[in-house]
Write a protein that binds this ligand. Structure first.
Ligand code: IMP
Ligand code: MG
Length: 176
């Protein structure tokens, strides 16, 4: 199928918004411990740009989860492919995501951190598609709310490609 990629959010807009989010996070976690946990692979570019702007002695870690939710299942199956390395018990965890779509992955990950006895767990996502939500999840920091479009760039992929685009693009599918 043919497709093209249209710019939805420019590099300058993304960079500006990341700085704003970082300063909010910085003021909220002043004098507290903080572990930023990125969900692989999509959050990598966002996480690395975000943490450079947070002037705190934070730690980072990564998780890799795969979600098999689809139109016919209500809950979706979420599998942990890689868990965090750091001990999160009694710590403040900030989950870093590329995009919150149905919310199914996030709901599962939040429950998992709570079960590990974290002191707090919050969520920071670059993008959110509120129209697509299937489960109610509270998202503490949102870069941009976007319409129901398939997007790539800044870590997000289409068939594992375009993660390296320095802006957010919408994939537009074309006939023939
Ligand atoms: P959900 O919120 O559990 O439905 O899953 C969110 C995950 O689906 C994200 O972390 C992305 O990996 C993927 N995803 C959702 N929407 C998009 C999109 O528009 N482009 C690329 N990946 C997406
Ligand atoms: Mg993801």
């Amino acid at each position: 199928m043919n497709y093209r990629i249209e710019t939805l959010i420019s590099r300058a807009e993304v960079e500006k918004r990341i700085k704003e989010l970082a300063k909010k996070i910085e003021s909220e976690y002043k004098n507290k411990d903080l572990i930023c946990v990125g969900l692989l692979k999509g959050s990598v570019m966002f996480l690395s740009d975000l943490i450079k702007e947070i002037d705190l002695p934070l730690q980072i870690d990564f998780m890799n989860v795969s979600s098999y939710g689809d139109e016919t299942t209500t809950s979706g199956n979420v599998k942990i492919l890689k868990d965090t390395d750091l001990d999160v018990n009694g710590k403040n965890v900030l989950i870093i995501e590329d995009i919150i779509d149905t919310g199914i992955t996030l709901e599962y990950v939040l429950a998992m951190f709570r079960a590990k006895g974290v002191s707090s767990v919050k969520v920071c996502t670059l993008l959110s598609k509120p129209e697509r939500r299937k489960v109610k999840v509270f998202v503490d920091y949102i870069g941009f709310e976007i319409p129901d479009k398939f997007v790539v760039g800044y870590g997000l992929d289409y068939t594992q490609k375009y993660r390296n685009l320095p802006y957010i693009g919408a994939v537009v599918f074309e006939e023939n």
